[in-house]
Every structure is written in C-alpha cells, then in structure tokens.
Design a protein around this ligand. Structure first.
Ligand code: AMP
Length: 295
C-alpha cells in the first residue's frame, strides 16, 4: 500500500518518542542496549494526510514502547476492535489483516462455525444469538483463548474482534495473559447501524460483505447467491444493540489506556487510514520493520 501512493515521508528520531504509560513490562529484547543517540532514526512512510495524524494524537491514549532501530523484528501486534453491530468491524478487520498480516479472530465467526457444525456448544450458542444476547462465558471464553494461544496468533500477532463483550470476559482473558496493545472502538450512531444491518448481505463464496443500497453486488450472479445472517433483522439488531450498550462502558473502563476511538461513519478508506496510522506508529514503537508489512 505504502509503496504505490504519493506518500509523505515523516522522519522520527528514536529519542523524540515520549511513551505514555506502558501497558506491560517491555520485553527485554525491545529495550535499548545502546545509548539513545546510537539508535537509528526511523523513516516511516505514511499514506495519510497530517490531519489524520492530528486525530490520532487527540485520541485518548496510545501505549508506549521503547523504540529500537528500524529493520529489527519486534513483538507482534495485539489488537482488539470493538463496536456495535454493523459499525464496520468486519470491513476494517479485512483491511487490517491484509496489511499487518495479523490473525483475525472474530468471536461471532467462531460461534457461527460451531452453530454450522451442529456441535452441542453451537446448539446452545444459537439460542442466545437468536435473542441477540451474549453467549455464556463457559462457551465463549475458552474458544477465544484457545484460538489466541495457537502458534500463528502468537507469531503473527492477533486482531480480536467482538471480544471481550463484558467485564468478566475481559478479566478472564487478562488472567490468561492476553493483553492488547491497543483497543480500537468504532463509533457509529444507532439509526445508521440499524439501516446498515438490515441491508447487509454476505457472499458465501468469497466471504465479501455487501450492502443492498450502499455497496450492492457487482453482478446478478453474485446477487443471486447472497445470504443474510439470521440475526441481521431489525428486531434482532435492536436487541443486539441493547446488549452492546449495556456492556460497552464496563469493557471500555478496563482498557482506558489502550483505547483509540474512531469515527465509524466516515468512508471505509478514511476509517482505515486513521487505524493504519495508529497501528504503524505502534508497530514502529515496538521495533518491527515497517517496510516488512504487506503492501
Ligand atoms: P457478531 O458477529 O460479533 O455480531 O456476533 C453475533 C452474535 O454472537 C452476538 O449477537 C452474540 O450473540 C454472539 N457473540 C459474539 N461475540 C460474543 C462474545 N464475545 N460473547 C458472547 N457472545 C458473543
């Protein structure tokens, strides 16, 4: 992505970073072994305008990490993304995973896979999903924890979508040692969410998400095979929104230092641009080679 655009080039000196409160002890391999002046300056190409950077700087907090020289492999990113149903999480997750090569773990997808497989957990989960309620922790927590613990998530980093959705889920994850570097919250007003949900359709062949009005399928053939999620009706989305609204504040309070709020009503490219600038800066602080990201 960065290689094909007319980008601004911003030079960061390692010594110019003033990290906010670190979330977790910095791994020893990220600590500088030489004097700050010996650290290489980092050349970072950003594909957004300066205003977007300003928005990021206004964001509540971004966790800090010691900066090491560009080109050195750092710790993988650990990202949580949250937002009401149809706030655009799915679209942003697709863009984020494409660029940052993170393992996308969506609690809703894991549950739908259980439902589709007809397992005991799936049958039980479906009852709650039909009501727009949270599936009990004894089903969700271990499912998510096990996926996070897999080798690909540990090596590439992870993007956790739709989890935690309650304080107890957040606490459980923390106990297992899974703490995010950043918590992205997509904000969208409720009336827009309902409209987005009701028109949302999925192409089961490509996995692409469409909207009958705003992002219609390209061909008749695709239109004919589109499916709708069983909980994407107006009645059910209202229940899901109630559940979301009653839980979101308690979850946010646990990630105060990691939260970055993004306006989810903006075009998807602009939403991604904001997220992208935050993640790139974070990754740089963690010491990864920005140039090694997928284009
Ligand atoms: P989503 O695909 O994120 O919109 O989730 C669809 C449904 O799956 C939700 O309405 C819940 O019933 C269930 N679900 C998803 N994530 C969780 C979670 N973290 N905890 C409990 N239930 C969940």
């Amino acid at each position: 992505m960065a290689s094909s655009c007319s980008c601004n080039t911003v030079n960061f000196k390692a010594a110019s970073f003033h990290p906010n409160k670190p979330l977790a002890p910095t791994p020893s391999h990220l600590l500088p072994t030489s004097k700050p002046s010996q650290l290489a300056s980092i050349s970072l190409r950003l594909n957004q305008n300066p205003l977007q950077t300003t928005h990021f700087r206004k964001s509540k907090a971004v966790p800090g990490f010691q900066v090491v020289a560009s080109g050195q492999k750092g710790e993988p990113l650990r990202v949580m993304i949250s937002g009401a149903p149809a706030s655009g999480k799915g679209t942003q997750c697709e863009l984020i995973t494409k660029k940052y090569n993170l393992v996308h773990i969506a609690a809703g997808d894991l549950l739908r896979a259980e439902v589709a497989a007809g397992t005991e957990n799936g049958k039980r989960a479906k009852e709650f999903m039909e009501m727009g309620k949270l599936v009990p922790n004894e089903i969700v927590v271990m499912m998510v924890k096990e996926r996070l613990a897999q080798q690909d998530s540990q090596e590439n980093g992870w993007l956790l979508d739709g989890y935690p959705r309650s304080e107890s889920q957040a606490t459980a994850l923390k106990k297992f040692g899974f703490v995010p570097d950043i918590f992205i919250l997509l904000e969208v007003p409720e009336e827009i969410l309902v409209e987005r949900v009701v028109g949302r359709r999925l192409d089961p062949v490509t996995g692409k998400i469409y909207h009958l009005t705003y992002s219609p399928p390209e061909t008749e053939e695709i239109a004919a095979r589109l499916t709708q999620r069983f909980d994407d009706t107006e009645e059910k989305v209202k229940l899901r929104l109630l559940t979301h609204n009653s839980n979101v504040e308690s979850v946010l309070s646990l990630y105060e230092d990691q939260i970055v709020k993004v306006d989810g009503t903006l075009p998807k490219e602009e939403v991604f641009s904001e997220i992208d600038s935050v993640l790139t800066e974070l990754l740089t602080k963690k010491g990864a080679a920005v140039g090694s990201l997928a284009a």
